[in-house]
Write a protein of this length. Structure first.
Ligand SMILES: O=C(O)c1ccccc1NCC(=O)[C@H](O)[C@H](O)COP(=O)(O)O
Length: 221
């Protein structure tokens, strides 16, 4: 089975190239000032221009207003918007209409009742990002390198494609795919050696492990 991989939080051109060469399907750019992966709109444009045809460029925003989104969408060549805040289903539908781009809505999961939101958003979003719920008081609503209990989404189906995220690494992604039946996976922290610092070898190892073409996983100290 083909697994599609998204590497999120890219900040350097060489990592965009590594993502493409490894065979990932999506490259994610973060627009959230408190994040160590935050990009200015101009930085994101320059990075997006490094992406070859076939690598989908995803802008991740958090409760962004229209003027910020207009600026991003007008400046950065994009293939998808990832909404990672508390955007309502109505807001998701509105943005989908406004920009004509596919929307992936992130939903944080910690326990069974959290799953209801996935059903709700699947009616308005093009894709779902099934992520770990951030811990109380966390600065970042995602990208915390924390996993949730994958048994909660074991063999669950929603009416739109979904992507598993949260605490995935080259070491655990194959097991996560096996346990959940996910056909798409997303990673940020698990391919970094420090917050916001991606590692090309870990990117390659992650894609290989996720897609079942694993060679060896580098150990970083
Ligand atoms: O990465 C960030 O800094 C970030 C900031 C604000 C909202 C979301 C953010 N990241 C989301 C992701 O990178 C992933 O989509 C997902 O949460 C998995 O992250 P990780 O657990 O670090 O692999």
């Amino acid at each position: 089975m083909d697994i599609r991989v998204k590497i999120c939080g890219l900040t350097q051109p060489e990592h965009v190239h590594a993502v493409a060469e490894a065979g990932a399907a999506y490259a994610g750019f973060v627009f959230f000032e408190k994040s160590p992966r935050h990009l200015t709109v101009e930085q994101a444009r320059d990075l997006a221009l490094e992406a070859p045809v076939g690598l989908a460029k995803v802008a991740l925003t958090v409760n962004a207003d229209d003027s910020y989104l207009d600026w991003i969408v007008e400046t950065v060549p994009l293939d998808m918007l990832q909404l990672h805040g508390s955007e309502s289903p109505e807001r998701v539908a509105e943005l989908r209409e406004r920009y004509g781009l596919p929307i992936m809505k992130a939903v944080g999961i910690a326990e069974e009742p959290d799953l209801a939101a996935l059903q709700e958003y699947s009616a308005v979003a093009d894709q779902l990002l099934v992520d770990a719920k951030p811990p109380k008081g966390a600065v970042l609503p995602g990208g915390n390198g924390l996993a949730f209990d994958w048994r909660l989404v074991n063999r669950k189906y929603w009416p739109c494609p979904w992507m598993l995220a949260g605490g995935l690494t080259p070491h655990n992604v194959a097991e996560a795919v096996r346990m959940t039946g996910a056909r798409q996976v997303d990673v940020s922290s698990g391919v970094e050696f420090a917050p916001g610092q991606k590692d090309a070898n870990l990117i390659r190892a992650f894609v290989e492990a996720a897609t079942g073409k694993q060679k060896d996983v580098p150990i970083l100290r």
